[in-house]
Write a protein that binds this ligand. Structure first.
Ligand SMILES: Cc1cc2nc3c(=O)[nH]c(=O)nc-3n(C[C@H](O)[C@H](O)[C@H](O)COP(=O)(O)O)c2cc1C
Length: 399
């Protein structure tokens, strides 16, 4: 997949810089042409000579150094790249990228490139969790950068927590996806729903659920990365709008979501319903705030429309994917839902398992297909899972 691809690897001043050496070896093994650019700090950790020998290219460390070959001047490096990978990425380089600073060869080239950029943070847990770093990462994601989640575990600084550089083979999977599959959803129109719905009780209260929207947003990001034309219809979440969408539609209630989904259903080739639509809503909405009384209060609920079922009935060309959050008899319940709602596949998670379901960044799911077969997937980030689900959708579209 990487044969003949030009990958610029930016190495920055993290203790994990030595692990980038293995990344160069793996990239070369897959046939990529690797150009390493090191920050000045990075050279304190690993010598440029190591990267030069392994990549077979002179390493760039200084923007004003006389180039060995003229085509490595920063703008041509930016133009030539199929992919930029910043691994490991320090808190400092992330902040500089987010601010548009271009004071060394790496940051200047990143600012000048139109290629995809993958950022692989590695740092102390407190540096990573610092709201400033988190905001910088969110901002980069919003602007279309791919950012990998660091792993949790013992860090070089002695702390236990999130911030570890992922294993190079995991980074390779993401690189291959970014470069290799980038266009397998080209010309495909993909409608994705995400997040919870809110069903108002009175002007200040509502009933809702714990969906964070992370799975649906990861799917939207991943589908855009693979060249899809994506409409994201989202209930209320705290997540930044993914970059590159064809359309983003914010909704509040199940009824709003139904209207928007039905409006764009004929437009779509693939519909992925990752939203957690409330099954019930208050029977009566009070125009005025309900006053607290000494007696108990009974809230009567009525059924919300079943959007997925309606889509299953209406579907012609569309490939329909549903999600199920189950706690008991997972396979049986999910298979019944798949058949009842005429789905092509259903992604089911046991929301009681640690690292699965609502609010967390990871998920553990089973994918169940029309023929009743089931695929069990290991725990993975929602972004990785999004790509696996899209891989399966592409397989069905091609079959
Ligand atoms: C021993 C040592 C290890 C470091 N490890 C990291 C690290 O893993 N992540 C990080 O963000 N900064 C780390 N730093 C701090 C950076 O090297 C420092 O912020 C530097 O300015 C980064 O420069 P650069 O982003 O231009 O490479 C470390 C510093 C030292 C002295």
């Amino acid at each position: 997949m990487l044969q003949g691809k030009f990958v610029v690897l930016g190495v920055t001043g993290s203790i994990a810089a030595y692990k980038a050496v293995e990344l160069v070896r793996l990239l070369k093994k897959k046939g990529a042409n690797v150009q390493v650019v090191m920050t000045r700090s990075a050279t304190e950790f690993v010598t440029p000579l190591t990267f030069q020998v392994l990549s077979g290219n002179p390493v760039i460390t200084d923007m004003f150094e006389k180039p060995v070959r003229w085509e490595v001047e920063h703008v041509s490096l930016a133009d030539k790249a199929d992919l930029f990978v910043v691994a490991p990425a320090t808190a400092n380089i992330i902040a500089k990228m987010a601010a548009g600073i271009a004071d060394d060869m790496l940051t200047a080239s990143i600012l000048a490139t139109r290629a995809k950029v993958l950022v692989v943070p590695a740092m102390n847990v407190h540096m990573y969790c610092n709201p400033i770093t988190q905001e910088n990462i969110s901002y980069l994601k919003e602007k279309g950068f791919s950012v990998m989640e660091p792993e949790e575990g013992f860090l070089a600084c002695g702390y236990l927590g999130k911030g570890r550089f992922p294993e190079p083979d995991k980074i390779m999977e993401v690189i291959e996806r970014l470069v290799g599959n980038s266009n397998d959803l080209k010309n495909k129109r993909i409608l994705i729903t995400a997040g919870p719905t809110r069903e108002p009780i009175d002007p200040v209260r509502f009933i809702s659920n714990r969906s964070s929207g992370k799975m649906g947003y990861a799917l939207a990001e991943a589908a855009v990365e693979r060249g899809g034309e994506v409409i994201l219809i989202s209930g209320p979440t705290c997540l930044p709008q993914p970059a590159g969408l064809f359309k983003y539609i914010a909704v509040e209630t199940a009824q709003d979501m139904k209207e928007q989904v039905l409006k764009f259903f004929p437009w779509s080739d693939v519909v992925i319903k990752a939203a957690a639509v409330a099954d019930y809503k208050p029977k009566c909405y009070s125009e005025r705030k309900i006053k607290k009384k000494d007696s108990e209060m009974v809230l009567e609920l009525t059924k919300n429309p079943d959007i997925l079922k309606e889509l299953g009935e209406k579907k012609d060309k569309q490939l329909l994917v549903g999600f199920a959050a189950e706690t008991d008899e997972i396979k049986e319940n999910a298979l019944e839902k798949l058949r009842q709602k005429n789905l092509d596949l259903i992604v089911v998670n046991d929301v009681t398992a640690e690292g699965a379901g609502f609010e967390v960044d990871t998920n553990i799911v089973k994918i169940i297909y029309k023929d009743g077969s089931m695929e069990e997937l290991p725990k993975m980030t929602k972004k990785d899972l999004a790509h696996v689900i899209l891989d399966r959708i592409v397989q069905i579209l091609r079959s």
